[in-house]
Design a protein around this ligand. Sequence first.
Ligand code: SF4
Length: 99
Amino acid sequence: MAVRTADVWQRRAACRGPESALFFPPTFPEARPDRDAREARAKAICASCPVRPECLEFALTIREPHGIWGGLNELERRELLEHAFPPPSPPNRPNPPSM
Ligand code: SF4
C-alpha cells in the first residue's frame, strides 16, 4: 500500500486533538476580537509544530481557502501567493492610428 506524503506529516501535526477547532472559524458569526484571539492561539500552536513547512506548502498548493495552516490565516496565505505569483501585466497596446 502506498503511503501518501500528506498522511505522514499530518500524523505529526501539533493541532491534532481537542484544540483543532481553533484553526477554523466557528459556524456562527465571530467578532473581530474573538477571531484575533482564536487565531493567535492557533498560531502559537503552529509556532512549535514540527511539520509547519509541510503544512504551509500543502495549504498553498491546494489553495486552501479557510483556516490557519502553517501558521498563516487565509488572508496571509493569499498575500503570500500573490507576492510569489503576481498576475501578469497586461500586454502593451499599440497606440491607435491617428486620423
Ligand atoms: S503548522 Fe499549524 S495547522 Fe499546520 S499541522 Fe502544524 S499546528 Fe496544524
